[in-house]
Write a protein of this length. Structure first.
Length: 395
């Protein structure tokens, strides 16, 4: 079986899940710091009460009476936030996930921590070794390191060793929770944590107050120091020019009508895509994935010949996963069409978890100069929409 370039996929709204994990339910009459209903809304809605009951029931079923430590409760809270708020019983993404999360914030009287951004920047893009995706210089704690430029990551990521050197205190992420949101067939050995990140800086563009994730260096593509995700990028207009290898971060402006409309979902950006004239289908836009990715369900729907396709391994944060490499005759987003596009077909839980049919990767996006614009963040801390203006590169 042939091994191909890494397909980096992570789509978890880490910041939201981590924040909810600071609110613990009362177990067996014991009062815990930051209990779920410590500062409830004076007039909680019916949905708020239902969500709180479901979440508390889920946590109490996971945590044993003898294991009511703060860490055990935080881990259970993250698991249950995913299971009863973000996902339906069958593991599919809930269309009302935003409303359910907002209902929980309402009844706890809480709000998502606010991030602060300022400045603008211009830096050179570099290609990741043995890949086509871009890396950029990011300054963390006055030291500049190489990060992956990744619109497909809802939250930024930092090498766990660097986090430890900086003295950051993390909250462990359950391994079975990772399996919902990343590619790879074994998350059991991945030690992931949620951290309050120090200031991240790209040239003179800075963002404070980010909730990010710590991963072992070996789990980050190219053994980079981190991943710069949409939690940072959403504060700026992002202009990516693959032709002159330049990234610009400019003050945020409003979405434009003649661009590709974007739909925000739990911290990442989706849009409608047609394949071989069929569709539209819902795809995640991901500068951190080398190739376009199709779910196996969609590939079968399109009549893609998977049985005779080349078998490959794709590499994700949780190791390898079997896939098939195929070529699609036509892939189009509005008027922008690319012919004979290499793609991989993956049978992964992530498509169901986020309610998407596939991923538009670097091999489509890099054919255009990209101007990303993001709407203002909602109560959950991420934009509900935006726009992407594509300009074909000169041949």
């Amino acid at each position: 079986m042939k091994k191909i370039k890494p397909i980096k996929l992570i789509i978890m709204a880490i910041g939201i899940i981590a924040f909810v994990a600071t609110f613990q339910p009362n177990i067996n009459g014991k009062n815990h710091h930051n209990s779920f209903a410590q500062t409830p809304s004076s007039t909680p809605s019916k949905l708020s009460q239902e969500v709180l009951q479901e979440l508390t029931k889920c946590v109490t079923e996971i945590v044993k009476p003898t294991e009511t430590s703060l860490e055990a409760l935080q881990v259970a809270s993250m698991q249950c936030t995913t299971r009863v708020i973000m996902l339906a019983p069958d593991g599919s993404f809930r269309p009302d996930a935003n409303q359910r999360m907002e209902a929980l914030l309402e009844i706890t009287g809480a709000s998502i921590p606010i991030t602060f951004s300022q400045g603008e920047g211009s830096v050179k893009l570099q290609k990741l070794a043995n890949s086509q995706v871009f890396t950029i210089p990011v300054t963390v704690a006055e030291k500049t390191r190489n990060f992956l430029l990744d619109t497909g990551a809802s939250n930024s990521i930092l090498d766990s060793q660097i986090a430890q050197e900086l003295g950051l205190v993390g909250t462990p992420i359950p391994n079975d929770l990772l399996s919902y949101f990343v590619v790879g067939d074994d998350c059991s050995n991945i030690n992931a944590n949620v951290y309050s990140l120090p200031t991240l800086k790209v040239d003179a563009a800075t963002v404070d107050g980010l909730q990010g994730m710590g991963l072992p260096n070996m789990a980050i593509p190219g053994n980079l120091s981190g991943v710069l995700g949409l939690d940072f990028l959403k504060s700026f207009d992002v202009i990516i020019n693959p032709q002159n290898l330049q990234l610009k971060l400019l003050p945020a402006s409003s979405s434009v009508a003649d661009a590709i409309p974007l739909l925000g979902r739990m911290g990442v950006m989706l849009t409608e895509v047609k394949i071989n004239g069929q569709g539209p289908f819902i795809f995640l836009l991901d500068t951190g994935a080398d190739l376009m990715v199709l779910s196996q369900v969609l590939a079968e729907q399109l009549g893609v010949d998977i049985l005779n396709a080349e078998k490959v391994d794709v590499l994700g944060f949780c190791g390898r996963e079997n896939a098939h490499k195929v070529k699609l005759s036509r892939v189009s987003i509005l008027q922008h069409e690319v012919k004979n596009l290499d793609s991989v077909v993956v049978n992964s839980q992530i498509f169901k978890s986020l309610g998407i049919d596939g991923i538009i990767g670097h091999n489509f996006l890099s054919l255009y100069r990209q101007h990303w614009r993001f709407d203002k963040s909602n109560k959950l801390g991420f934009p509900e929409g935006g726009s992407l203006f594509l300009t074909p590169l000169d041949n």
